[in-house]
Design a protein around this ligand. Structure first.
Ligand code: ADP
Length: 160
């Protein structure tokens, strides 16, 4: 049983994340989406809200997609989950520096860990949670970038 852990902020889930999860399901038996709890940056959605939106999107996958959160070192979380594979998405070359640094540091902390990179689909390569939030705050239509429930949740946050 191969489990891949997909860590991130997911504030909120975008079609870019959805695509990486769907493609990971073709490579691995199970994907654990791990929401970072110890972020210095403030988030628009709470961990529970982010988790609920991801669970809703992947309900049909049943136990193949598990959504949880973690604090502390990612490698410690992996060990606790008995998983050794990290999945990350790569959009532009600008993602590479940071991602390679993280992958090398994680490897240094635990040599059993492997980071697998999936290149973003061309049509998703410019989508990020932060730009989606900006567009939503400025009144733009984000339905092309995020699942329906996420677009609705964004609207509710902004209006509320
Ligand atoms: P983090 O703060 O850890 O980067 P994000 O939620 O922004 O958290 O991203 C989580 C993961 O999803 C990262 O590996 C990121 O590269 C990937 N990702 C984000 N947006 C996209 C996208 N549009 N296409 C493919 N992968 C993406």
């Amino acid at each position: 049983m191969k489990t891949a852990v997909f860590p991130g902020s997911f504030d909120p889930l975008t079609y870019g994340h959805v695509d990486i999860i769907q493609r990971s399901l073709k490579l691995f038996d199970r994907v654990t989406v791990a929401i970072l709890g110890n972020l210095a940056k403030s988030t628009l959605f709470t961990i529970e809200e982010r988790a609920a939106l991801i669970r809703r999107e992947f309900k049909r996958e049943g136990k193949r997609v598990v959504v949880t959160s973690f604090e502390g070192l990612l490698v410690d979380f992996l060990k606790a989950e008995k998983a050794s594979i990290i999945v990350r998405g790569l959009r532009a070359i600008s993602d590479y520096d940071y991602e390679a640094q993280m992958a090398l540091m994680n490897k240094n902390l635990w040599r059993e860990v492997e980071t697998v990179f999936l290149v973003a689909r061309e049509e998703n390569s410019y989508i990020s949670s932060s730009i989606v939030k900006q567009v939503a705050f400025l009144g733009g239509d984000v339905t092309r970038f995020v699942p329906k429930a996420v677009a609705k949740a964004l609207k509710a946050k902004i209006n509320g």
